[in-house]
Design a protein around this ligand. Sequence first.
Ligand SMILES: [Zn+2]
Length: 467
Amino acid sequence: MLPFRLIYHDGYNLNIGDHVFPAVKYKLIRERLIADGFAVEEDFLQPEAASDADILLVHDPGYVTRLKTGTLSYAEVAKLEIPYSQKMVQAFWLAAGGTILAAERAMADGVGFNVGGGFHHAFAGHGEGFCAIHDVAVAVRSLQHRGLIRKALIVDCDVHHGNGTAAIFAGDESVLTISLHQFHNYPAQKPASSIDVHLADGVGDAEYLVKLREVLTRSIPMFQPDILFYVAGADPYFQDQLGGLSLTLTGLRERDRIVFREANELRIPVVVTLAGGYAVEVADTVTIQANTAKVALLRWLQPHLIGELVELRPLRVEDWEALYAVASDPLIWEQHPASDRYQEAVFREFFQGALDSGGAFVVLDRSSGATIGSTRYSGYQSGRNQIEIGWTFLARSYWGGRYNGEMKRLLLAHAFQFVEHVVFLVGSTNIRSQTALARIGAVQVGREEANLRGRLVEHFVYRISKS
Ligand SMILES: [Zn+2]
């Protein structure tokens, strides 16, 4: 099972028929996560609808009554921009219940993921822009009301400004609201968030990611929230029908990583809600939002591990020079299937792959602080309850077993907090690594062809199980 829960209900479908808002996406995201082997049925929790008492912590009683009894005015329904139905109303109560449950799970597990919600255009007294009830605000108030949290941070990365969020929490020092959005887009009126980052039309990955990192590194340590709500809209995507920014799939995944990394630094629980996403191809919206769930695993895949001899921390772009200084020794790779990895161009591919994997570490000598190698978690599958440790190398002066042994012990102990089995793939000719694995109790359980830069190479599969 996953170390965190995915919150989902079939009733999330707003039942609005053929509409630019693809209400079917919730179901498709759930199916995609299962089809990819990332999640299994048991990883999903079904929420209850929020209670009216919780809804009323945010919304005006008159508006709530009109919404429930179907007595909204024509103008009120028009502003909502989705057809009115009892099923639609029920979907918003469920979404709010889902975000409350996700927030409770985040407090327990570190992450709670609502495969829904993020209705950031809803105000206390009216709904607009496909949003009737502000599920995130309801969850914040519900947790505060029960004394589970004091301060909440809302990071809104939907392409549209979080106007409802800004208005609901205006003047409230217990909630910091951040919105990064395209300035020349809906909503025309943008009530001030605590921090608004107005982006010009067409802004792409590089500028977006720099600005996001800058605002989070500044605000999270300063505000010290008890919980972070991430409104992870898929609509900054360059092929979005209602968005005018130019982020790529890779850029959006990096965006998710920045949010999780910054929160993980201070061990702040993260609640994810999905918000918008109107890609020309619904499958792209599904990919972007399923990726966010996969990135959430960073909290478990990239811990900071400290032993007596070595220290492991998440690999960063800035590690290139020090790591290549180690990897440029041809003798490290002599028995390795990728014996040309000491070459700069080849190692650059390896390094980029490590960064892209989201599970790579740089290994440091604790006594000197020197960079001595790298390793990775990869291939996590909830259903198989297993993860791989691999792509490991150490400078030759650290060979002999002690450093490698401690590094593997740290990685195994951490992995066994959320999986039952750890596997290692070793080239069939790599006798030195096979010996090292046997020494730490790994058992050969099979063989597999692994693709190394377009070449199929026979590998042995070793496994260690939690005893
Ligand atoms: Zn949006």
